[in-house]
Design a protein around this ligand. Structure first.
Ligand SMILES: N[C@@H](CCC(=O)N[C@@H](CS)C(=O)NCC(=O)O)C(=O)O
Length: 159
């Protein structure tokens, strides 16, 4: 379905398809306007661009930072470099969460949904994030218990 041969891909009711995490997340948030106006800030507001800054950081620095760790072809010495770099990049999230309830501020946004997914990969590929206590607490107490998160994990066969 995705000419790029990647996930995610979202097929719309009119059969059009959307790709790229950061774009699909914005689309879903904009569709939910009226039901949940807090998933992303209004178009044109500075707050929206700050939220998208975080979504982009998660996409380009964290998400794609993991990619070499999923390949059996990655040499061990390069794997070590990648792990070190990822751990450093997660410190930015930890530092934000010292002062914030959620990654963009006071409420759940698309950036939290994305960060939760990427954080879970760390365990699978031996990236030890245990030093980041605020991040761990946020994941375990604020994100994981959400009904929609549990439903999504169940639907994906992950719990
Ligand atoms: N630029 C894409 C990257 C998505 C991506 O890296 N997807 C991975 C899975 S997490 C994938 O499909 N990898 C298979 C491949 O690249 O061949 C996005 O941001 O959505």
């Amino acid at each position: 379905m995705n000419p790029k041969g990647q996930v995610p891909v979202l097929q719309l009711d009119n059969h059009d398809i959307l790709t790229e995490n950061a774009i699909i997340l914005q689309y879903i948030a904009d569709q939910a306007a009226g039901l949940n106006d807090k998933l992303i800030a209004p178009m044109g507001s500075l707050q929206r661009y700050h939220q998208l800054e975080l979504v982009n950081y998660i996409a380009t620095e964290l998400h794609k930072g993991f990619s070499p760790l999923f390949s059996p072809l990655t040499p061990d010495n390069y794997r070590e470099i990648v792990i070190k770099s990822l751990i450093t990049k997660f410190s930015y999230m930890e530092n934000l969460l010292v002062k914030r309830k959620f990654i963009c501020g006071e409420h759940f946004t698309i950036a939290d949904a994305y960060l939760f997914t990427i954080y879970r990969w760390a365990t699978a590929v031996n990236v030890d994030l245990s030093q980041y206590q605020h991040l761990k607490q946020y994941i375990e107490e604020k994100i994981s218990p959400r009904k929609s998160v549990q439903e999504a994990l169940t639907a994906e066969g992950l719990i």
